[in-house]
Write a protein that binds this ligand. Structure first.
Ligand code: NDP
Length: 464
């Protein structure tokens, strides 16, 4: 059915194009932010045709503009007594449906554009969880790798000394992300408590003995596998017996592997920034425990896996290659769980050539726009990050609820809630894709489903 465009309103395609041109002009040299906005706006074409009211209040121009961007100096002393200076950020993107919520990333590649892409994605992801959380993201170009615990602590204390004046349990609640795990959250929380003289749920991912939630460390990986299971059910298929590729070897990868094993699947790869491990025998529970000790306690490199398990092959990272050998291993399912743009068009071609039937994104925006298009065109089961990895932030939301009630729920209770939330997110994406005329396209389903709730809240709250 043709949709009438009211007078004075551009057709959605023209409107979206003009917003995209302005985003690129106003945010130069931020390719990841452009990419994230482009993907969402492409899907919104379908929604805007039905909702001209959004255009008349310039809703897209407002949703792509962060409510607030904080950028600050983080000076600290290293173990030799030298002064080090890093840059800290917090992007408070959108608070239409709740306090800003989203992780902190400590990695040398961190810059304003990367955090803006992550904050933008977070807005729609948080909306999909059905919990009342706005979107934010932050971090620093600090690299925790190779630093002593004392150096990490001094950095975290300096970072929080500035950040504390901008956050709070009803304002902005950060969590972990790449390079920010339990150790860092502990140091950050300690400094917040000391400066503000209050013990509140200002961060999630806290330790179990001081306000943390059971299942929060596992949540992103577990949730991603629950989402994959839901996708497979729509084709009367299941994870049992499936060969699975997992990238990364950090928090998301570890618990993706654990849940895949629970479902009877066979994960065969892990990686880090130095290279890829392929273990044709499969990564079983004993090997996973070894990886967890290597990464979380010894803070070692994944290449050591091949010394320990002789049948495994290590393929070092080769920056001259325009593809990642991990995605060229023959398998049924892929769980990218390391970082953005880790699946290029060439990687996507390799996955499809080898018969991969499912991609569930644990990492944020791991597929380039070209790779995403290839998965959609091939009509494989494709779970985009903002839906498939929303279990982490959903469980952070559950941690906030427990903190407010001053209660702790059991492991089973949190896991059950997480599972139900992932089923609901899949259903929203699936039904929204169908309703807007692109059945099976969960990218459209997630983008439109996440957007509508935020957009309607913004309409209700006036021009703020
Ligand atoms: P971790 O720091 O625990 O692990 C990250 C893993 O990815 C490490 O193995 C790391 O290797 C690898 N990696 C990171 N950057 C690069 C890079 N530029 N090139 C190659 N490998 C890289 O982080 P998480 O597991 O928490 O996060 C992984 C992904 O999941 C990120 O995209 C994050 O945004 C996303 N995510 C995380 C959530 C969470 O709850 N933690 C929630 C939702 C999404 P190395 O050690 O060599 O750097």
């Amino acid at each position: 059915m043709a949709v009438m465009t009211p007078p004075g309103i551009k057709v959605p395609g023209d409107y979206i194009e003009s917003v995209m041109i302005s985003v690129k002009a106003k945010n130069p040299a931020e390719p990841e932010f452009h990419q994230a906005v482009q993907e969402v706006l492409d899907s919104l074409r379908l929604a805007l045709a039905k909702h001209p009211e959004y255009q008349s209040v310039h809703l897209l121009e407002r949703v792509v503009e962060p409510e607030r961007v904080l950028m600050f100096r983080v000076p600290w002393f290293d173990d030799q007594g030298n002064v080090q200076v890093n840059r800290g950020f917090r992007i408070e993107m959108n608070s239409a449906i709740g306090p800003y919520k989203g992780g902190l990333r400590f990695h040398p590649s961190v810059n304003l554009g990367i955090l803006k892409f992550l904050a933008f994605e977070q807005v729609f992801k948080n909306s999909l969880t059905t919990l009342p959380m706005g979107g934010g993201k932050g971090g620093s170009d600090f690299d925790p790798k190779g630093k002593s615990d004392n150096e990490v602590m001094r950095f975290c204390q300096s970072f929080m000394t500035e950040l504390q004046r901008h956050i709070g349990p009803d304002t902005d609640v950060p969590a972990g992300d790449i390079g920010v795990g339990g150790r860092e959250i502990g140091f950050l929380f300690g400094q917040y408590k000391r400066l503000r003289n209050e013990f509140t749920g200002v961060l999630t991912g806290k330790g179990l003995g001081w306000g943390g939630s059971l299942i929060r460390p596992e949540a992103t990986g577990y949730g991603c596998v629950y989402f994959a299971d839901e996708m497979l059910k729509t084709r009367k298929d299941k994870l049992e017996g499936k060969l699975c590729l997992v990238s990364g070897s950090g928090n998301v990868s570890q618990y993706t592997i654990e849940k895949l094993l629970d479902f009877g699947a066979k994960p065969v790869t892990v990686s880090d920034s130095n290279g890829v491990i392929y273990d044709p025998d499969g990564i079983d529970r004993e090997k996973l425990a070894w990886v967890m000790d290597l990464k979380n306690v010894k803070r070692g490199r994944i290449r050591d896996y091949a010394d320990k398990y002789k049948k495994a092959i290590f393929m070092p990272t080769d920056i001259k290659l325009e593809h990642n050998p991990l995605w060229n291993v023959k398998a049924d399912c892929a769980f990218p769980s390391a970082t953005q743009n880790e699946i290029t068009a060439k990687d996507a071609a390799n996955l499809l050539k080898n018969g991969c039937k499912l991609v569930a994104e644990g990492a944020n925006m791991p597929s380039t726009l070209e790779a995403t298009k290839m998965f959609l065109d091939a009509k494989i089961l494709y779970g985009p990050a903002k839906a498939a990895n929303a279990g982490g932030v959903a469980t952070s939301g559950l941690e906030m609820s427990q903190n407010s009630q001053r209660l702790s729920w059991t492991r089973e209770e949190v896991d059950n809630r997480l599972h139900k939330i992932m089923i609901a997110i899949h259903q929203t994406c699936y039904e929204t894709a169908e309703k807007y005329g692109t059945p099976g396209n969960l990218v459209n389903g997630a983008n439109i489903g996440g957007f509508l709730k935020v957009a309607n809240a913004m309409l209700d709250q006036g021009l703020v």
